[in-house]
Design a protein around this ligand. Sequence first.
Ligand SMILES: [Zn+2]
Length: 520
Amino acid sequence: MVVGDIAGDMDLDWQVCSRARLSRDARFDGKFFIGVLTSRVYCRSICPAPTAKEKNVRYYPSAAAAAEAGFRPCLRCRPECSPGTPAWLGTPNTVSRALRLIAESGLADGGVEVLAEHLGVGSRHLRRLFLQHLGATPSAVARTRRLDFAKKLIDETSLPMSEVALAAGFGCVRRFNAAIREVYRRTPRQIRRLSRQSGVPLENEYVFRLRFRPPYNWNGMLRFLAPRATPGVEEVDSSSYRRSISLNGTHGWLEVSLDEGKDGLAVRVQFGDPRSLFLIIERVRAMFDLNADWAAIAQSLTADPVLAARMAANPGLRVPGCWNGFELAVRAILGQQITVKGATTVAGRLAKTLGRPFAGPGGLTHLFPSTEVLADANLAGLGLTQARSETVRAFARAVLDGRIGFDGVGDSGDFMARMCEIPGIGKWTAQYVAMRALGEPDAFPSGDLGLLRALDLKTPGELERRADAWRPWRAYATMYLWTAAGEQPVLHAGCAVPGPGTDFNLGMRLSAGGRAGKSV
Ligand SMILES: [Zn+2]
């Protein structure tokens, strides 16, 4: 049986694809696409349309590959709504990093050459890797992403088509119209009429539905985010996460909740500049780890008996990302050597004293302070030590003058080394920030005392050896072990003794920078 016209040396297993297709298995949604030879459309594994005969289908590792092979996206299962391409086993880091960069920039400035330069590889090599693992070139992947996002905006918003064209990176309406017609054989307006939108949306307000591959532990995500939510900037209630946002001088807010029964999240965005919607949605995807391939992660981590028990009890845990790397890192610095609760209080004071006032819904009163403001802010009176205040300022200055950046990080080792050059930032904080801000599935705080305790190990060396078997998913193992450690409060030298009311829920105390870098 043929696995796609061009899929000969790719990681697709025909039998797995076939079983997933016939059972419409949502765990495989977005891991491969099905080209149907008779209709010339391509589908997700969950397509509700009657299943085609095996001899009439081809399997592709990405939507772009199916599109390149001449298939059009199915209007029923809407491939543009599938969860993103997972960073799966066997894919070189270069490919996952390139995908992340394409998600951030849409390959807008400079194309493949610039992308390759950023990653430190030749552009021909990058093309070859993409063809091998995704079945399509970087430009084809970027093109498909732009089209996918345009289709989402047509279907899910009432944004004027001229704005859709700009927001999806088409530059001009004529090119946008031509591209949509070529792919969908319909005009953008015809597609919008088919989408059956209900209700009249408010101005500058959009609702997006973003899919994941089940299981997804939404409550686990909220339980992690809730105690760390910066008062005034973020709010977490029993069912949703809300925050103020700021991009390129425009301010707004977003709210994320579970799209019940749909294997996805519903994201409500209030933002004045539609050109930023692509970036906002990509950041939400990263923040809630929607591209994760839980089936692959589980298969690999359950070989460790401690992890297996935790995963069976609590399936679908994700690695929480962040809205903004700078904000997360500042929050991690504030949390060094104090409890999560204490750090949250200090972060709230910081936001209310130095952040810009903002009128949002449900408790959102401020934007997080900008890099410029924190670079020479007077932090006296916020409850920080002198040394910690200086670390926050030094870090902000390093971000401001470009020594540390969060966009398009090609090498997380280099990123962590730069972080550690700042006095007061140690290995633990750098690893924690890399894990949450760079979306590195293999990032691992090997010096974390909570992890040692959870596994009853004595030294980081022992922990690193044990963790070798968890590659490339060590960040997920970390989440499970932190959850496990939470059942017993863990104290150690260099960590302030928690006072009354300390929040030991899920042991997340450990992850808020509970120890300064130098103590690990
Ligand atoms: Zn379909």
